[in-house]
Design a protein around this ligand. Structure first.
Ligand code: DGT
Ligand code: CA
Ligand code: CA
Length: 567
């Protein structure tokens, strides 16, 4: 029983209701499913604390289904619908270009129930004869299928877990049973998704300390228990390894258990080439330990500059550290504002006033309010007139108490590459993020041309979540990214790094690739409720993982500097 399973049940109910032509309900189920899959705590705890209705999109009807699931492990309506439609929607939904109706028509005509059936049908060229498919669609599907994420690997987006992980560490520290407690592993590297949580500690009372850990309220099950390593399952849907090491090895243990594996292997090779041995206990010359207490000491003994955890992915950081050429990464504290947020004027949960006061509270100097434009009907997009009114409200707020708001929009790029609002409205905006959300083709050239036409319009500040992938849900759009980056360079259009956990888009490797062009990056949380503003930190992490420096990221500029940027 988990948040994800329940969310999948609701997504499937939505898909089936859509096939049956039911109005509105599919949207409601999808909204609830999205909220549930992004909760930071266990859904049953929300129920126990009487907080179900506080979850966005959960009203009375859906609330009842959640309670039914918590009590019985099942949702009767789902079981009924599944009997009528024995289709694996969870996997087929991940294939870009396949909506519920297409999935159903594949089932009706070819008996396709899951990804394997679909792969087989595509390889036997059975789709080209079907109405609404054809040879080109078949070829595109064949490409898309190759990149569908295998759902067997259970990884969770870092952003949904980070705060819970940090709270857990704080609690361990407060117990007084540890000398040091630190997060290691992929979480310390701020990797976009994490497989499990690794925590390192030192303690004078390891047995008592481990006992404290296994009894914590966040722990649902103890998998392995010992004085140096204990593994548990956490209620928020993640396994966690806690290792207790000696104080004098803490630095090498941090180095080793932060990884990643490839980075570690390369370091060990360097150690060997210098006649040294490197492991999680230290660096050794023969039997003599020569480093290991601090992580800096480990790197410097190997002749390497210290590198921030975000860089440790073996993508050139070790070679750069050998010749003192590591980039000076943009710092978390240098980010002054958030350049992608929504209010309840479109599909956000909170009002402009609430969003602004929360942003101030967490120390930001400005935000861009970037609600959806008219054509994104599911998100209550605004037309020219409503933007006009909203912008007047923003102007009235502006400049008070050392805080500023940019008039912005997350603008639909229409099917033919034209823009969704009038030139007049767009000229009145401070920050325009162009986005592809609808009518995405499987054809690379079609998508690329469409996006480039918008980039060349001279009206965009940035491209929102450029690949449009959703982790665990759908692969990136089929795009010629180098052409897109080149067009951005030529037309002075920025690339967004969207920190919303399931987006994390651009991903870090593409950030690094894009930075070879003369382009700037804008960071945004894509916040749809107050608590989401914290995802800006995840966008900064991706910028750092993509080797960006202060001058690459425009959120390091002041409000006055940003509104002066030419567009
Ligand atoms: P994850 O949990 O899949 O998100 O990724 P990590 O990087 O946290 O990996 P995990 O939890 O398996 O291991 C924690 C760290 O331990 C990893 O970052 C590097 C180190 N490590 C794990 N396996 C190996 C290995 O076979 N060789 C070396 N040298 N280091 C390893
Ligand atoms: Ca891990
Ligand atoms: Ca681990």
């Amino acid at each position: 029983m988990s948040n994800k399973q329940l969310a999948d049940i609701f997504y499937t109910i939505a898909d089936i209701l859509e096939i049956e032509g039911v109005n509105w309900k599919p949207v409601a189920y999808r909204k609830a499913a999205l909220s549930i899959s992004t909760l930071s705590g266990d859904i049953s705890d929300y129920y126990k604390n009487g907080k179900l209705e506080r979850i966005e999109g959960v009203g009375e009807g859906i609330g009842k289904k959640i309670i039914e699931y918590i009590k019985t492990g099942k949702v009767e309506k789902y079981e009924e619908l599944k009997k009528k439609y024995p289709i694996d929607f969870d996997s087929l939904r991940q294939v870009r270009g396949l909506g519920p109706k297409k999935i159903f028509s594949l089932y009706k005509s070819l008996g396709i129930k899951n990804i394997d059936d679909l792969r087989e049908a595509v390889s036997k060229h059975k789709l080209r004869e079907l109405e609404g498919f054809g040879e080109k669609t078949e070829a595109n599907l064949s490409n898309t299928l190759a990149s569908v994420v295998e759902s067997t690997e259970k990884r969770v987006p870092l952003g949904f877990m980070l705060e819970s992980a940090e709270n857990l560490v704080s609690e361990l520290r407060r117990s007084g049973l540890f000398n040091k407690v630190e997060i290691a592993g992929s979480t310390r590297r701020m990797k976009e998704t994490i497989g499990d949580l690794d925590i390192l500690a030192t303690s004078n009372k390891p047995e008592e300390a481990m006992r404290f850990f296994t009894k914590m309220k966040e722990v649902s099950d103890v998998l392995v228990s010992g004085p140096t390593k204990t593994s548990v399952e956490l209620k928020f849907g993640l396994n966690c390894d806690l290792r207790v090491v000696e104080d004098e090895s803490f630095g090498s243990a941090m180095q080793y258990f932060t990884g990643n594996k490839e980075h570690n292997i390369k370091l060990r090779r360097i150690a060997l080439s210098k006649g040294l041995k490197l492991n999680e206990y230290g660096i050794f010359r023969g039997d003599k330990k020569v480093a290991g207490e601090s992580e800096e000491g480990v790197y410097s003994y190997l002749g390497l500059d210290y590198m921030p955890p975000e860089l440790r992915e073996d993508t050139g950081e070790i070679e750069a550290a050998q010749v003192h050429q590591l980039p000076k990464l943009v710092q978390y504290e240098e980010i002054l504002g958030d350049l992608h947020t929504h209010t309840n004027d479109s599909d956000g949960a909170d009002s402009l006033g609430e969003l602004v006061s929360e942003a101030k509270k967490i120390g930001l100097k400005y935000i861009a309010v970037t609600n959806h434009s008219y054509s994104l009907r599911v998100s209550k997009g605004l037309d020219d007139k409503r933007f006009e009114a909203l912008n007047r409200r923003i102007e009235a707020l502006n400049g008070k108490e050392n805080f500023s708001v940019l008039k912005g929009v997350e603008l639909e790029i229409l099917k033919d590459g034209s823009l969704d609002l009038s030139s007049k409205t767009l000229l009145g905006m401070d920050f325009v993020i162009g986005a592809l959300h609808q009518n995405i083709s499987n054809d690379r050239k079609t998508n690329t041309d469409r996006l480039i036409k918008a980039i060349e319009s001279g009206k965009l500040s940035a491209i929102a979540h450029p690949t449009d992938r959703i982790i665990g849900e759908r692969p990136p759009i089929n795009l010629d990214l180098d052409k897109v980056f080149e067009a951005c360079e030529k037309n002075d259009v920025m690339l967004e790094i969207n920190g919303y956990p399931t987006r994390s888009d651009l991903p870090f490797d593409l950030v690094k690739r894009a930075s070879k062009y003369r382009v700037k990056f804008s960071l945004g949380s894509d916040s749809h409720r107050l608590a989401h503003l914290r995802f800006l930190r995840l966008a900064t992490a991706i910028a750092r993982r993509g080797w960006l420096t202060k001058k690459d990221v425009i959120n390091t500029l002041t409000y006055e500097q940003i509104i002066k940027l030419k567009r």
